[in-house]
Design a protein around this ligand. Structure first.
Ligand code: LMR
Length: 335
């Protein structure tokens, strides 16, 4: 659903009044930045948010206060962008999969088997095409401030998944993305769009059979405790866009905006480093738990998953743009 004109006007009024307050009484009344997210604190995004909070406190604590709300405490990802347009939250970092109501372009990042690893993702995100995507929602009042990694996704399930046919007939939780829906339909599985906060219970009660997440979410949200199998598929990407409202951001005093952006860039670089570490560490902790069997695919088995899922690219080529897809795929060549 698109935000209504009324909602956008209200956002403008709310944001304008917030800014007037923040700017006029900056000396004694610091600007409050609410940063809302859905994951645990000990994740790339959770730690990035904390780092940003610390840096802002150190460098501009008299002018700005960052409040971090993890674990969907303030908003789930289904509400956070509307809340941002209304001025109820100033920063968030939803998965790139969750911007479908605002732009079709970011669906690029959901295409299965597009990136071989995080180095390729970095190369594309830092390219002109990748950077250009961050401003694809400006007309809707949202500005991307930076990309943040979570990591490559693995499937988990109640059944061992070795070849695509093993997924047929199973129910998988997905993020709210049409590409992810098509991906599971290509496997003859049933995709269900559900909020992140519900995934553990859905798995525990067997209302669904499986899900897809990077190691850090599977570990910190304990999905591995209720899923007997994880297939190390690295079949897709879960990355984030750190996003703010243009009313809020453009209304900040220039010097403060520049300082905040510098602190954010530093926090994002830190979060991206954490993401690389967590891919290994959280995987290892899951292995050591002995709670779930990790299935490693042979090259032949992996090729079957690629063959089953890659036709999804064609389905979305018109919406995303063939050139953009080619540019993203070409980033693997630096390997
Ligand atoms: C999900 O819904 O699975 C992810 O977007 C959660 C997150 O923010 O990592």
């Amino acid at each position: 659903m698109k935000p209504t004109l009324a909602a956008l006007s209200l956002a403008a009024i709310t944001a304008a009044s917030t800014l007037v307050t923040g700017t006029a009484s900056a000396a004694d009344d610091p600007i409050v930045i609410k940063f809302s997210h859905v994951v645990a604190e000990n994740t790339p995004k959770g730690l990035m948010a904390q780092k940003f909070q610390e840096l802002v406190a150190e460098r501009m604590g008299d002018r700005v206060i960052v409040e971090v709300y993890p674990n969907s405490q303030l908003f789930g990802d289904d509400k956070v962008l509307e809340a941002m347009q209304l001025g109820d939250v100033q920063l968030a970092a939803p998965a790139l999969s969750k911007f479908g109501r605002y732009t079709k372009k970011l669906a690029l990042f959901d295409l299965p088997f597009l990136f071989e690893d995080l180095d390729a993702v970095d190369r594309f995100q830092q390219s002109e095409a990748g950077q250009g995507l961050m401003s694809s929602m400006e007309k809707k009042g949202l500005i991307g401030l930076g990309y943040l990694h979570s990591g490559l996704k693995q499937f988990s399930s109640n059944e061992p998944l070795r070849v695509p046919e093993d997924a047929a007939g199973l129910k998988f939780r997905i993020m709210s993305s049409e590409v992810l829906e098509a991906q599971f339909e290509a496997l003859d599985a049933t995709p269900l769009k559900k909020p992140f906060s519900e995934v553990f219970t859905l798995l525990q009660t067997k209302a669904i059979d499986g899900q897809e997440s990077p190691w850090s979410n599977t570990y910190t949200k304990k999905f591995y405790e209720v899923q007997p199998y994880i297939t190390e598929s690295n079949h897709g990407l879960l990355d984030y866009l750190v996003v703010t409202s243009s009313y809020f951001w453009n209304g900040l005093p220039d010097d403060l905006r520049a300082e905040l952006k510098a602190a954010l860039d530093e926090a994002v670089a830190y979060g991206n480093q954490v993401a690389r570490e967590k891919e290994l560490e959280d995987r290892q902790k899951i292995v050591e738990s002995g709670r779930t069997e990790i299935i490693t695919l042979s090259p032949e088995e992996r090729a079957q998953w690629v063959q089953a899922m890659k036709p999804v690219w064609k389905q979305f080529e018109d919406e995303i743009g063939a050139e953009l897809i080619d540019a993203a795929y070409a980033s693997n060549r630096g390997n």
